[in-house]
Design a binder for this molecule. Structure first.
Ligand code: PGA
Length: 260
């Protein structure tokens, strides 16, 4: 039986006190419920150390929302992999569409970050997705394949087993987003897997978890998880309250019981 993944990225939300309260409640839940899915949360930088301390002995993984590829240096405002490791972080989200569209992130900078994350023992969660225009022009699969191929350039087969990919169509993300049709998302996940297979082999392509993100909530989560090529959910708004996230963790657990 496959493991499923369920995680939430908090974007620019929550003070350290709010983050800590969320982490304490989540920790209580996982202690009592021992979810069978892999669970992770991605708080803002300022809350990482406290959240990591709270979740230290729990199975919940903690991730950062970005990082620089260098260990130190003249990079005002940036955070290095060593700093993330120092906080206790295990995972790092890279290439989110908001970083690509508003902060100049490119496929090539994502690649530098992915390779650095792997060198430092951090699991990269690589976010890829096509824009509405690329979809309209029939170039969605090409766009996503390019993002995946460049992100994984120079990543060895041994390193690739630590990689996670989140397929997040840009048009599906946030307040104005419209969730993808589960069947469409599944076809895109298959295309991503095909690219991974071309870069490595069938084994790696089958193992590599590909999560869906973009306006996921408790009403549509199960429909995504029922698709063969979708290995989990990456959730924004609908998981910023801990009770809603717990609900989504339970939905993910039920999908596993349903034989996924
Ligand atoms: P959303 O965000 O669930 O609020 O659409 C998803 C994301 O940006 O990862």
């Amino acid at each position: 039986m496959k493991r499923l993944w369920i995680g939430t990225g908090w974007k620019m939300n929550k003070t350290t006190a709010e983050a800590e309260e969320y982490a304490v409640n989540l920790c209580d839940f996982v202690e009592h419920d021992s979810p069978r899915a892999n669970v992770f949360i991605v708080p803002p930088f300022t809350a990482l150390a406290r959240v990591c301390a709270v979740l230290k002995d729990s199975p919940v993984l903690v991730g950062a929302q970005n990082m620089h590829w260098e260990e130190s240096g003249a990079a005002t405002g940036e955070i290095s992999p060593l700093m993330l490791k120092d906080c206790g972080v295990q995972l790092v989200e890279l290439g989110h569409s908001e970083r690509r569209s508003s902060f100049g992130e490119t496929d090539f900078s994502v690649n530098l970050k992915v390779r650095s994350a792997l060198r430092h023992g951090l699991r990269p969660l690589i976010c890829v997705g096509e824009t509405a225009q690329e979809k309209e022009y029939g170039a969605a699969k090409e766009s996503v394949a390019r993002q995946v191929r460049i992100a994984l350039h120079g990543v060895s087969r041994e390193e690739a087993v630590a990689v996670l990919i989140a397929y997040e169509p840009v048009w599906a993300i946030g307040e104005k987003g419209v969730p993808s049709e589960p069947g469409y998302a599944c076809a895109m996940h298959r295309a991503i897997r095909h690219t991974v297979e071309e870069s490595y082999d069938t084994d790696i392509a089958q193992q590599l978890p590909v999560l869906y993100g973009g306006s996921v909530d408790s009403n549509n989560g199960a429909a995504f998880l029922s698709q063969a090529d979708i290995n989990g959910l990456f959730v924004g708004r609908a998981a910023w309250q801990v009770a809603s996230f717990v609900h989504l963790i339970r939905i993910t657990g039920s999908a596993l019981e349903g034989g996924k």
